[in-house]
Design a protein around this ligand. Structure first.
Ligand code: ADP
Length: 891
């Protein structure tokens, strides 16, 4: 029986928590029964002996029943509850209260709860255990007669026996439990190893599957290309083109699945090497322009000349990221253009942030779909995209590569209008030399053409192709037929070695995975071959083994080039062009340059700036300043009886004031819509990578802030800032932002600075014409009449973004103005750079008078007078004027 018990406890098949419970039942029952014998021996009393007997047996019976009914959880709860709330109080009252062994049982009860229960139940049991202990102690304090008092000797003896029993049981339980957990730990580690092994074999499977699929696709694509080169009927040509598209699609899907499985196994690694920025970009452009051309889309390329000419990073993966985004841009655009802009942000420490923006005029992405774009297998807007082929893996892979590289991707999109993806990738600068103006148009044409055109001819050159697969040999031979190069083939490494003893080849294409001797062994053998004639010959690996670890391996081995199957005729000729001595070849198609028309290189004027500052027409700045700083202004609208008019575009301030002179007429501001803001932001994003919008204080009624904020959710690069001001104050915050942008700061630097510095902007307004405001129902008529009678004019200042009445000025117009100017400007130490005075309907004389008053007391370098925009003028009424300046203090 005992051996059965230990066998059960050691049985790894049984859940650990179940074994711990069984262990506890045995030990606790034994303890209670042993305690019973101790009491019997010490005192010979029936009552507490009986308590122990009933409790011990009860404990065991509950557990046995629970096991029988397969209700171990409930059994454990009843056991713990009885131990702490029944057995403990009985022992307490029958055995001398705190002077007996009850407190030891209480602690044991808590330990049992910790051992055999979990979760919320455990917490409830703790609570009740403490509660019964407190009740017992309290009853003992206030009703000492309820305690059964034992002679001191008996109490000590029982306590000692219980202490030894419980102590021993606690120690043995802990030791056993530890052993169980150690064993469990070892088992989990074993399992983890097994899982790792499984993942590794899954990866091996995926990579060999990729290899196995690439080999036949190589034959399909290669031979299909040969069909396309023939003089065939349109119908056959169309079929062959479809075969080519389907094979490439299959290949892309395989590549994506392979990448995804590597990411999931945490096995994706980058291969960091120096690469040439220009050729990386021209490879990209070369691959793209055909696709753009096929869809009749314009392809705009804009590459900043200050890019470092050489960078250090994983070129292949960066190309993959950009290809994915650019392919999508072309795929999801029916008409218009796709543009790629490349800029860089050089850091002090020899690093550079490469910024790639891909913009299209396609179908756009719904705001609510943007968060799911990067989820694997998720295709958004399925109604519109289901007819466009894709797996929903591309962007997820892009995101994971960017995470691996420490890069970011941001999406700005307006549904039905187009999307912009901005990708930033940190890279090391390998050469400080700048790229300069790069002629992509010329370079891409040499490499990539939709229809085959022979590029070179090399009848005197000798090529050896080594591959165990005969179809592959056939494909290479056929694809290079037009070049007239002399081709020999070898079906194995040893055969190749035989041939290199007899003939000096100018180039060798070598497969990697071959039986007997693989490509790397064969490479090494050729390089060290005694009497070999090809020890110096360029050897290019031509393999179906894609993946960065293989690239690394081939580079380390010393191969002169790397071609991945399936290869096209153009790929092979390109490699010949790269590897063969120039004396052995003749370029037959230097200007194989049809079709450059779909690429447009952007001119300087079209280049995007880093950030553009925008605001609304209520910022009340002079036109020259808007123009000087290139501030884009969102026009607010005013509604009159005659219709809705756009501020400063369709209506000016004198116009609206004149209209309102007629006491019958009223006007009101029109709330802009989210859509209007989306369009506005989308237009600005054509000009800059980031857009900052300075809004009127959100605490002022009718502020555009919440609407602009909502619209900005469609874009990752639009930042809406609450200026906590309005009119000239808002304008000053916009100017602060412009100065920061001028100093070369990006949005990420400007926003936090502005969020502190806007506090320094002081602005206020003095309302002159309350009658007018009463008519607009902005103040009560009685209030307006009273103010007029008392010759009072209210002054309102901006405080924490709110317009609050700071007081009233009393007396004649001049007196009121003078006091307002004096009080307002001397309320703090002003920065003397600039002060803005916005006014509603002032004439030259008024303006000169105010200028005089300001100059008499203060020394501002520049005083800007600006008529308020119609929407502001309408809100304050004629005769009002406001003062805005920046306080001179550190924040
Ligand atoms: P897919 O294989 O479906 O193209 P991706 O992961 O590349 O998978 O893209 C996910 C989804 O994002 C696409 O199904 C498409 O709905 C949307 N999408 C990506 N790029 C664009 C774009 N430039 N314009 C519109 N929608 C896009």
């Amino acid at each position: 029986m005992i051996s059965r018990f230990f066998k059960y406890i050691r049985d790894d098949e049984v859940d650990v928590s179940e074994r711990v419970y069984v262990l506890n039942i045995h030990i606790t029952t034994l303890l209670i029964l042993l305690s019973m014998f101790a009491r019997l021996a010490v005192r010979g009393m029936v009552s507490d002996t009986l308590i122990c007997l009933v409790s011990g047996l009860g404990y065991a019976i509950v557990a046995i029943t629970a096991f029988k009914l397969k209700r171990k959880g409930i059994g454990a709860i009843i056991n713990c509850a009885c131990l702490s709330n029944l057995f403990f109080p009985l022992v307490f009252f029958y055995c001398n209260g705190i002077h007996g062994d009850a407190p030891l049982w209480f602690i044991y009860g808590l330990m049992t709860i910790s051992t055999i229960t979990t979760g919320a139940v455990r917490k409830v049991l703790y609570f009740f255990a403490y509660f019964s202990a407190v009740v017992c102690y309290m009853v003992a304090v206030y009703y000492p007669n309820t305690l059964h008092v034992l002679p001191s000797r008996d109490a000590y003896l029982i306590s000692i026996v219980t202490l030894v029993l419980l102590g021993t049981s606690v120690i043995s339980t802990l030791i056993l439990q530890n052993k169980l957990f150690e064993k469990e730990n070892a088992r989990v580690q074993e399992q983890n190893k097994e899982i790792e092994g499984l993942i590794a074999s899954q990866n091996r499977f995926f990579s060999s599957m990729s290899h196995e699929i690439r080999t036949p696709i190589n034959t399909i694509i290669g031979l299909n290309e040969m069909i396309l080169r023939e003089d065939i009927s349109d119908e056959i040509a169309e079929d062959a083109v479809n075969i080519r598209a389907a094979s490439k699609m299959l290949l892309n899907t395989i590549n994506d699945i392979l990448d995804m499985s590597k990411f999931q196994a945490g096995d994706m690694k980058l291969l960091v090497e120096n690469y040439n920025t220009g050729s990386m970009l021209s490879d990209l452009v070369g691959m793209l322009w055909i696709k753009a051309k096929e869809k009749n889309l314009e392809l705009k390329i804009n590459v900043a000349p200050d890019l470092p000419s050489e960078l250090r990073g994983d070129e292949v993966r960066i190309k993959q990221i950009l290809m994915n985004i650019l392919n999508n841009a072309i795929k999801y655009t029916k008409q218009g253009y796709v543009s790629l802009s490349v800029e860089c942000d050089k850091k002090e420490d020899g690093n550079v942030n490469m910024i790639y923006s891909v913009e299209d005029t396609g179908m756009g992405i719904k705001k609510e779909d943007i968060p799911y774009l990067f989820t694997a297998f998720k295709r958004v807007d399925e109604g519109n995209t289901k007819h466009i082929e894709g797996t929903g893996l591309g962007l997820s892979i892009v995101k994971q590569f960017l995470d691996l590289m420490g890069g970011t991707v941001k999406v700005n999109s307006v549904y039905t209008k187009g999307s912009t993806f901005v990708i930033e990738i940190p890279q090391k600068i390998a050469s400080e030399k700048e790229l300069g103006e790069y002629d992509f148009e010329k370079r891409h044409n040499l490499k990539h053409r939709s229809n085959y055109k022979q590029m070179i001819e090399a009848p005197d050159a000798k090529l050896l192709v080594v591959d165990d697969n005969e179809s592959n040999l056939l494909v290479v031979k056929k694809l290079l037929r037009e070049t007239k190069i002399q081709i020999d083939t070898a079906k194995s490494g040893p055969q190749a070695l035989q041939m290199t003893l007899d003939k000096k080849y100018d180039l060798i294409f070598m497969d990697h995975l071959m039986p007997d001797m693989d490509g790397i062994e064969c490479f090494n053998a050729i390089r060290n071959q005694l009497g070999g004639l090809c020890r110096e010959t360029s050897i290019v690996v031509l393999t179906a083994n894609a993946g960065e670890e293989n690239r690394g391996l081939y580079a380390k081995t010393g191969f002169n080039g790397y071609l991945v199957k399936p290869v096209s005729g153009a790929d092979l000729e390109q490699e010949l062009y790269r590897q063969l001595p120039k004396s052995l070849m003749r370029i037959t198609d230097a200007e194989a340059v049809e079709g450059g028309e779909s690429i447009t290189l952007m001119t300087e004027g079209q280049k995007k700036s880093k950030v553009i500052i925008t605001t609304d027409s209520g910022a009340d700045l002079p036109l020259e300043l808007y123009e000087k700083y290139d501030i884009a202004v969102f026009s607010l609208s005013v509604k009159t009886g005659e219709g809705v008019f756009k501020d400063l575009i369709e209506i000016d301030t004198p116009g609206i004031l004149k209209y309102l002179e007629n006491k019958e007429n009223i006007a009101e501001a029109v709330e802009p819509t989210v859509q209007e803001f989306e369009t506005f932001f989308a237009e600005q994003l054509l000009k800059a990578n980031d857009v900052i919008y300075i809004a009127t204080s959100s605490k002022i009624e009718g502020s555009s802030y919440p609407i602009a904020k909502e619209a900005s959710k469609s874009f990752d690069n639009v930042y809406v800032l609450d200026s906590m001001n309005f009119s000239g104050g808002q304008g000053l915050v916009a100017l602060m932002a412009c100065r920061m942008a001028e100093a070369g700061m990006g949005a990420a630097d400007i926003i936090p600075r502005l969020e502190i510095r806007y506090q320094l902007v002081k602005s206020s307004i003095m309302i002159d014409n309350l009658e007018y405001l009463a008519r607009m129902q902005r103040v009560g008529t009685a209030y307006s009449n009273l103010m007029k009678a008392l010759l009072l004019r209210p002054v309102t200042v901006m405080k924490e973004g709110r317009l609050v009445r700071s007081g009233f000025e009393f007396g004649s117009k001049e007196r009121v103005w003078r006091t307002y100017i004096k009080n307002c400007i001397s309320s703090c130490k002003p920065d003397d750079t600039v002060i803005i005075v916005n006014h509603v309907g002032f004439n030259k004389k008024d303006i000169e008078w105010i200028r005089n008053e300001i100059e008499k007391r203060f020394t501002f370098k520049k005083i800007i007078f600006q008529q308020s925009s119609p929407s502001i003028a309408m809100g304050c009424g004629p005769g009002s004027f406001g003062i805005s300046f920046v306080e001179d203090r550190e924040v």
